[in-house]
Design a protein around this ligand. Structure first.
Ligand code: N01
Length: 532
């Protein structure tokens, strides 16, 4: 058993959140260590190596803002960054800020227990190493607990299986193979066109069609790069104060303030910009079901134009839920892929997958034989990675038990009864509803300032007041109900995991508003926290 010296701060996860937390903690003079289950830094960008993996937030903004020097040094090459480029960026950050010495790779933390007597956290890794720390930070990500549904016969399959969120490091060769791909969310929509270009045959098994927008990815020109670099300071401020973490001007008018022709013209204009920007075309697209219908109908028309076969187009067309209530997807050639001869699609909503067999998949209506199955079946989002660790707070209270009806936090950053524990972009913070890097930086800075405040005041212990937490959870739910985001059967509400409580987990009040609230709370001596 390896007993490390006591730490000031133990951080779980070496993705965007953990790396910045480490850097910030060191700046505050804290003795910090990051524990990372992977064999490299990068978090989600370390694991998601599937062909076509790319972020759908633009490179210029899906990056740290804390270092103006880093902004000037680093050159993004494409409008939307590929997984290898983001991973290279995060490795550069680890080197540039000399972080590696305090990152323990291949170190999966499996339990974290608060000791009421010593008021410190005891962490244990999967291989039995133990660490003690005054503060404990979960930087484990919102979309990092990959999920393969519990299909009967899963282990009978004799071919290759992959999950997009746990892709092997070496290239997978699908040439000459018949491949089934289950899932048509953001990951499926990116991987399907790539595998279809390589494999002999692809069968897509779709339960719910997604609304997907063309990325219109392009290489960045030198002029674009120098223009953004010259204006980075103001673009970063605009992102921090925006609704969704990117410096795009919001529209405030209603979809019904304009004529039908003007509305369609505006949708065309946003469609041609690419990405999920179309959701900014009017201010009421996520609050008015009727306004939402107009944009959904526009996108349905685009799907009909893109897919030649009418039956396939029908299968691929989403109906019955608001556009955006399941996360909007961004693609390159997704719909056109279904015009290829080597691609089939099976609708498994009415005839579900019944079992995996030794040589393929049996649905209620079909039986297919394949060499490989790709699961693009998503994640136990937002709570999965947190609850994968056996976290025990005051009096041995288990976080899993405490959250059995759904997560409860104060500001998504701390939990009553779990002293000196922080979560970066936890449930009930804006997190996944926008550019998560901006929200990560905000939470990291909040935590670092909070610890400095405690030090200055001579406090040893902090956790949220129970009533303040209840009030915040109520506020998050109330605001959530004012929008269409909470109305879909999505991972936002835990609907993709059988048995998971249905709670709308992120805070939809806006990234900028949330920051202002947190700043105010901090200025009032961290209102809602109890110190001793
Ligand atoms: O996961 P998902 P994802 N039988 O949960 C289907 C981010 N991300 O990995 O919708 C059959 O969205 C499921 O069907 P249904 C982004 O935030 C970003 O694709 O539940 N099918 C769905 O089609 C994203 O939202 C980027 O009916 C089953 C799919 O599997 C989030 O990660 C790229 C099934 C899962 O879709 C998650 O995306 C990738 C079953 N039993 C990811 N169970 C970019 O930035 C599940 N499915 C571009």
């Amino acid at each position: 058993m390896n007993h490390e010296p006591t730490l000031d701060i133990a951080i779980v996860g070496a993705g965007f959140a953990g790396l910045y937390m480490l850097h910030k903690a060191r700046e505050q003079g804290l003795n910090a260590k990051v524990f990372e289950r992977g064999d490299g830094v990068g978090g989600t960008w370390y694991w998601n190596r599937y062909p076509g993996a790319r972020c759908d937030v633009e490179s210029f903004y899906y990056s740290y803002s804390f270092s103006p020097e880093l902004d000037q040094e680093w050159n993004w090459t494409e409008r939307y960054p590929t997984q290898p480029e983001i991973l290279a960026y995060l490795n550069h950050v680890a080197d540039r800020f000399d972080l590696r010495d305090d990152i323990c790779l291949g170190s999966e933390i499996v339990s974290a227990r608060y000791d009421d007597n010593s008021t410190s956290w005891n962490l244990t890794s999967a291989r039995g190493d133990e660490f003690t720390s005054t503060f404990f930070v979960m930087a484990s990500g919102n979309l990092s607990a990959a999920q393969i549904p519990d299909f009967p016969g899963l282990t009978d399959f004799t071919g290759e299986t992959y999950h997009t969120g746990n892709w092997p490091e070496n290239d997978v060769d699908f040439r000459g193979k018949s491949v089934a791909i289950i899932g048509t969310g953001s990951s499926g929509i990116q991987v399907i066109p790539e595998i279809a270009r390589q494999a002999e045959h692809v069968t897509v098994l779709q339960r719910t069609p997604s609304f997907s927008m063309p990325a219109r990815n392009t290489p960045l020109t030198d002029d674009e790069i120098s223009d953004v670099k010259a204006n980075y300071a103001s673009l970063r401020v605009a992102s921090r104060n925006s609704a969704a973490g990117a410096p795009y001007p919001p529209s405030t008018d209603s979809a019904f303030d304009v004529s039908d022709e003007e509305r369609t013209a505006r949708y065309e204009q946003y469609w041609s910009m690419g990405g999920a920007r179309i959701m900014n075309a009017f201010g009421d697209l996520m609050t008015s079901p009727k306004a939402n219908d107009t944009v959904a109908e526009f996108v349905r028309g685009k799907i009909a134009e893109s897919v030649a076969d009418k039956d396939r187009a029908k299968i691929l067309t989403p109906e019955g839920f608001a556009l955006g209530s399941k996360r909007v997807c961004v693609d390159t050639d997704y719909y056109a892929t279904f015009n290829r001869d080597n691609v089939d699609i099976i609708d498994v909503s009415s005839a579900p997958i019944e079992r995996i067999t030794a040589d393929g998949i049996a649905t209620a209506g079909d039986r297919i034989e394949v060499d490989a199955i790709v699961f693009a079946t998503g994640y136990d989002a937002m709570t999965g990675a947190l609850l994968a660790v056996d976290i025990r707070g005051q009096g041995g209270t288990s976080l899993r038990d405490q959250w059995s009806d759904g997560p409860k936090t104060y500001l998504g950053v701390a939990v009553s009864g779990f002293p000196n524990m922080f979560i970066i972009t936890g449930p009930q913070s804006p997190s996944v509803l926008g550019n998560v890097v901006v929200s990560i930086e905000q939470h990291v800075e909040f935590i670092a300032d909070h610890i400095t405040f405690m030090k200055d005041k001579g406090y040893r212990i902090s956790h949220p007041d129970f009533d303040a937490q209840e009030e915040w959870v109520r506020h998050v739910a109330e605001v959530g109900e004012t929008t269409l985001f909470s109305t879909g059967s999505s991972w936002y509400v835990g609907a993709n995991i059988p048995g998971k409580p249905r709670v709308f987990m992120p805070y939809i009040g806006g990234v900028g508003n949330f920051r202002a609230m947190c700043d105010e709370i901090a200025a009032e001596g961290y209102r809602g926290f109890v110190f001793s």
